[in-house]
Design a protein around this ligand. Structure first.
Ligand code: ASP
Length: 474
């Protein structure tokens, strides 16, 4: 697939950049005493990125999606090979992450106002809302039930080596206490519901309070359908143009995804090291297996409701899955999910702009499954028997906890603390699972995003607002 008129100089530059970079990573510092340590770090990190740029832009003539997947794979390799040293490339990942995060709030606001206004009828919106919530609540409950079943059948927490347990408790006690202290008393149901209404939309926007933004945008959209046309039209046109501009930024940002994904994955893998999996092998495998299983359930929905072939469906949603995996944040992935829903799946703008932002906030199937496994795991380690009532409480709590919590990295763990509290499992037990949490966060966020996208397809199909394109575009 190498382009034919490739100049030799590019190949030479690539080989030079990659070789020098790798040498600077692997040679012991004693050999390189003529260079200050910081200079070595800057040079090897920059050369690695230069090599990647040459590889992706000049040497490989492949689709963007394949470049992103390759970035993921190379990031994994670099993380394993260079371990924590690879954190030098992190700024590239952070820049990419910030770029997509930058668009989240303006994109949700503009597209939801236009989407609601173009829907025209508040009744339609109500129907879409009911379908969306039904999908979200049902799949979350199913996900957590699968998690509980797996944990009860495979018992990842029984027979854990007492030495490993003591070591984990000792190493992660401090972090666990810090996490536990971050979970407040928790707002009551009524307060959580009331909080959805913003008292100041500017505050909601500046603090990225997603449910409040959704509320404000929907009301503005509905109001625009009621006010006289000559007044509404310029406003709608403005937000429509603004929305287009935001989507254009997504288009531009996604071109940087191969590099961003590489850097984020390399840094993540480099910092936790894959060896950590072996200390909690059974727990990690049971949780990951459950999450992977869930990922394969969504294409069935897409097949039944919209006739997508499972393979075609998975391919279409892959860009969003990869971004979710590397950022561990459903909300940062939102711009890409919206683009994927509209471009690759053919979901109408008004459905995508409602279902996806809502899903990023309230729908976390992967997180729910993980909470099921984690709570049973901790209980098993402590020798606490969880009866059916306790497990039902976990189902209920996990489903409720996912509503109103921002979708950011590590949030699932904080929600877990609330669940443990409710069923009386010692909170400090989270110290046991902290070491692998970052890794599991990657998997569960991928599932969370897949579920949101599937909801958008199901709702759009039943509303006759789905026009799948001939080919996957992104
Ligand atoms: N990181 C997840 C998300 O953004 C939430 C979690 O499980 O921690 O969807």
């Amino acid at each position: 697939m190498v382009s034919r008129n490739l100049s030799v100089s590019v190949i030479i530059a690539f080989i030079f950049a990659i070789t020098v970079s790798i040498l600077l990573y692997v040679l012991p510092p004693t050999v390189l005493t003529f260079l200050p340590a910081t200079a070595i770090q800057v040079i090897r990190g920059s050369l690695l990125i230069v090599a990647l740029i040459l590889l992706f832009e000049k040497l490989l003539n492949i689709q963007l999606l394949n470049k992103i997947l390759l970035g993921l794979f190379l990031g994994l390799l670099a993380g394993i090979a260079f371990q924590s040293h690879i954190s030098e490339v992190k700024p590239v990942g952070t820049a990419f992450l910030r770029l997509i995060q930058m668009i989240v709030v303006p994109l949700v606001l503009a597209s939801l106002i236009v989407g609601t206004a173009s829907l025209g009828d508040p009744k339609k919106l109500g129907r879409i809302g009911i379908k969306t919530f039904t999908f979200y609540l049902t799949t979350t409950a199913v996900a957590i039930t699968i998690g509980l079943l797996l944990a009860n059948v495979f018992r990842p927490g029984s027979g854990i080596d007492p030495q490993v347990q003591a070591q984990l408790m000792q190493n992660y006690q401090g972090l666990a206490t810090e996490k536990i202290s971050r979970v407040g008393g928790g707002a009551g149901v009524m307060e959580t519901l009331l909080n959805i209404i913003p008292t100041n939309p500017a505050d909601a926007l500046s603090n990225a309070r997603m449910l409040q933004i959704i509320f404000f945008a929907i009301f503005t959209g509905i109001a625009l359908t009621v006010v006289p046309k000559e007044k509404a039209q310029p406003v709608i046109k403005f937000f429509d143009g603004f929305n287009e501009a935001m989507l254009q930024i997504v288009h531009m940002a996604i071109k940087l995804a191969p590099y961003g994904v590489f850097a984020l994955i390399a840094d993540a893998v480099g910092s936790f090291g894959l060896a950590i999996i072996f200390t909690l092998f059974k727990y990690t495998v049971v949780t990951t297996a459950g999450l992977v299983l869930l990922t394969f359930i969504y294409p069935i929905f897409a097949k039944i409701f919209a006739g997508f072939s499972p393979w075609q469906y998975l391919k279409a949603i892959r860009p969003a899955q990869v971004i979710a995996f590397s950022t561990s944040s459903s909300s940062a992935t939102l711009p890409v999910s919206m683009e994927v829903a509209e471009e690759n799946l053919g979901v109408s703008n008004n459905i995508a702009s409602f279902v996806l932002p809502l899903g990023a906030t309230v729908n976390m199937d992967g997180t729910a499954l993980y909470q099921g496994v984690a709570s049973v795991f901790i209980a098993q380690v402590y020798g606490i028997h969880l009866g059916i009532t306790d497990q039902l409480t976990i189902v209920l709590m996990a489903t409720l906890a996912s509503i109103g919590t921002a979708a950011a990295p590590g949030v699932g763990l904080l929600m877990l603390v609330m669940i443990l509290k409710q069923v009386g499992i010692p909170l400090e037990g989270i110290a046991l699972i902290l070491s692998v949490d970052r890794l599991l966060d990657m998997f569960r966020t991928t599932v969370n995003v897949s579920s949101d996208l599937t909801a958008s397809v199901v709702v759009a199909a039943t509303e006759k607002q789905l026009t799948p394109p001939e080919a996957v575009k992104l």
